[in-house]
Design a protein around this ligand. Sequence first.
Ligand SMILES: [Zn+2]
Length: 151
Amino acid sequence: MPQNGCCVYCKCTFQRSPYRPQQAVCSRPECQRRRRADYHRRKLEVDPEYRQVVRDSQKQWWDEHPHYQKQHRQKNPELIESNRQRQRGRDQRRRVQRLVRNNLALNLKPSISEIWLLGPRVRDLDRNNLASAQVLILPAVGHLPADVCPS
Ligand SMILES: [Zn+2]
């Protein structure tokens, strides 16, 4: 006789398959998806051979789809724009760091968002062209909100 079980994910009661008395997960697609994902994660941790197989098949996929990333970007132009904005943020940060090394900028208040006092344009400052100041707030790289760099 099949027994009732309690799903480890959604906690619902389900009827175990008579062929799988150890079954711990119900048949809902979401729970099955989580079961497979957990299995995959666990396997990657403990099984070096499995890790290698996954790595090989990922490499093979990329070898067979060399233009995937390019096509993916073409189909999603907003990705290009957000990458560009992130890059702009990194560039600006690099310029600021160079200014700090040259003692042209002063870190006013260290925090997660750094606040720097700078001349009107960082590029001008690079050429030692000091003028009236503005405050630039640079979020930590990698957490740049999309609206930081107006285009
Ligand atoms: Zn479930």
